[in-house]
Design a protein around this ligand. Structure first.
Ligand SMILES: NC(=O)c1ccc[n+]([C@@H]2O[C@H](COP(=O)([O-])OP(=O)(O)OC[C@H]3O[C@@H](n4cnc5c(N)ncnc54)[C@H](O)[C@@H]3O)[C@@H](O)[C@H]2O)c1
Length: 270
């Protein structure tokens, strides 16, 4: 089961899961989008209209499942930008309702089926924005941080019943809701250059991590959040120049773009 499978990352996860041999229920509030994705994938993918923020919709869709799914991917999400002082309460509520409450409602309803069946695996899609604050993204970051803690709680509550729960925190991903950001080539260049692995991530990068955590290869992993971010969340100190007098990094702090620091220890202006 993949929620939010009608677009972006969710569509790629659904396709990758079918390639791995899963049959996929592609859930989305946008029924036409889910159907278009399923049509492109083939018979192993079935579209279902579900609003993850609406408990009745979730209960009905889970009750209609012929069996407990082996893997649930809580991917449906929305972003609303704006400084907290001006953010309309409706935007805050939408982000929290879809991202956090939606993950809660779908996960606990599906987990009940998994627990009755003896086990299963759940992967929640968080974000690096759940690990680090970002400008004008307070509703989104709070909802994604909530998903990370909810993942830990669900993992502890359901471990004894054989249900593993993990999260993936994608970084700068060149897909889906970020399409508008990366339409600008200069923004692409600047953002890519800030990633230690020196590129944007793809939806396939996220799908690979999801399928790993969902599989028996991760049989002893639960309650974890795996950042799929090219290293950006480990780079907080990467942009701190040191004076040449201190060590061989040798960057002159004045007027040097810290992003040019070469991780081998040789400064880019040497
Ligand atoms: N694209 C990125 O840069 C990026 C980075 C980090 C995390 N993420 C996360 O990855 C996930 C997928 O994002 P995306 O970029 O593919 O976005 P997207 O907007 O392309 O796709 C999101 C999908 O969720 C569906 N959806 C929205 N509200 C729903 C609801 N109430 N019920 C069911 N479906 C609903 C939408 O119809 C859409 O098909 C999200 O959770 C997002 O927060 C994305």
């Amino acid at each position: 089961m993949v929620t939010g499978a009608g677009n972006g990352i969710g569509a790629v996860i659904a396709e990758a899961a079918v390639k791995e041999g899963y049959r996929v229920a592609a859930w989305d509030v946008d029924e036409d989008a889910a159907r278009a994705v399923a049509d492109g994938i083939g018979d192993a993918c079935v579209p279902v209209r579900v609003d993850v923020a609406d408990e009745e919709s979730v209960l009905a869709a889970v009750a209609a499942l012929p069996q407990a799914p082996d893997l649930l991917v809580n991917n449906a999400g929305v972003v609303r930008f704006g400084p907290l002082l001006d953010l309309p309460a409706a935007d805050w509520r939408l982000a929290v309702d879809v991202n956090l409450t939606g993950t809660f409602l779908v996960a606990r309803t599906v987990a009940a089926r998994m627990l009755a069946a003896g086990g299963g695996s759940i992967v929640n899609i968080a974000s690096v924005n759940g690990l680090a604050a970002a400008p004008n993204a307070g509703a989104y970051t709070a909802s994604k941080a909530g998903i990370i803690m909810l993942t830990e709680h669900m993992a502890l509550e359901w471990a004894a019943g054989g249900v593993r729960v993990n999260a993936v925190a994608p970084g700068l991903i060149d897909a889906g809701m970020s399409d508008a950001i990366y339409a600008d080539p200069e923004v692409r260049r600047l953002r890519s250059g800030r990633v230690p692995l020196n590129r944007l991530g793809s939806a396939a990068d996220v799908a690979d991590a999801v399928l790993f955590l969902g599989s028996d290869k991760a049989a002893y992993v639960t309650g974890q959040t795996l950042a799929v971010d090219g290293g950006i969340t480990k780079g907080a100190l990467n942009a701190m120049p040191r004076p040449r007098s201190v060590d061989s990094v040798g960057v002159d702090p004045v007027g040097v773009d810290p992003v040019g620091v070469d991780p081998t220890g040789v400064s880019s202006d040497d």
